[in-house]
Ligand binder design. Sequence first.
Ligand SMILES: [Zn+2]
Length: 68
Amino acid sequence: MVCFCFLVDQKRKTRSTKPVAGSCSRCGGGASVADMITSTRFCYVPFYWKSWKAIICTFCGAILKSYR
Ligand SMILES: [Zn+2]
């Protein structure tokens, strides 16, 4: 089932961010707490959502820490 891979994709969205103290270990940019949503789509129809929180870098977008 090779074609299966092309029918399923995941999108990560950031709903809101709030600056927090701390800096990115990769680029030294500012960190912020973000509400994230990951949606999994099958044939472009979303069928699964997961919301989670993470601390991300506002400059390079790296995920520094994630909460489940
Ligand atoms: Zn960074």
